[in-house]
Design a protein around this ligand. Sequence first.
Ligand code: G3P
Ligand code: MG
Length: 245
Amino acid sequence: MRGAQQFEVPKIIGHRGAAGHAPENTVAGFRKAAALGARWVEFDVQLSRDGHVVLFHDDTLNRTTNGRGAIGDATLSALRQLDAGAWFGPAFRDERIPTLGEAMAALGELGLGANVEIKPAVGRAAETARAVAVLLQREWPAGLPAPLISSFAVEAIAVMRDTAPEFPRALLSRELPAGWKDRLRDLGCTGVHCAHDRLGAGQAADVIKAGYALRCYTVNERRRADTLFRWGVDSVFSDYPDRLF
Ligand code: G3P
Ligand code: MG
């Protein structure tokens, strides 16, 4: 069961691009991740008010842009006005919130594979997943490995399973949920992504023995990464991928 996908996903994945070095979920972050030597990045996607898929982590614009309020209340044209880089540092001024289309173009140019984390607003999981599926099917760059889809929202994964089954899926869960084997099987997932500080060696062994890929976030210290890899963890997401190579 630990199939071909295993060989394509590297051990170190840049988290939200390379969030320790560049503003998260931006094209500048992708460029930084690639320059540091990352081969894959993880990023978060959700919907604007008018149904466009954009890269964004939080529910609100407040922390990572010069805007205010819920991202799901803003149209794409309003989001395009915002600065999503200056909060991180003056060198990133004028960085924009990318659409998924822009992100895919940048990934293709940089040769970066990706884990697309669907992070829907409450009540919009199915709608978000449907929009993501359409875009990935239409525009995912030829030549890149298939994108790995993950979400904390079970409904989003189920929609991906039903509408874009060709993309591998992983369940995101802070800790291994009760009944994880049944849930992974029902969702047709090839792996599970969990918080590294909620995982023990015994649980890691159980997941691996069951034939699933195991990936952990957010690992920024090499010693911790070494311990996880010793337990059999396949990959880690890091804000500082360069620290772990
Ligand atoms: O996908 C792994 C990780 O990004 C999940 O947590 O909150 O950083 O999106 P978060
Ligand atoms: Mg994420």
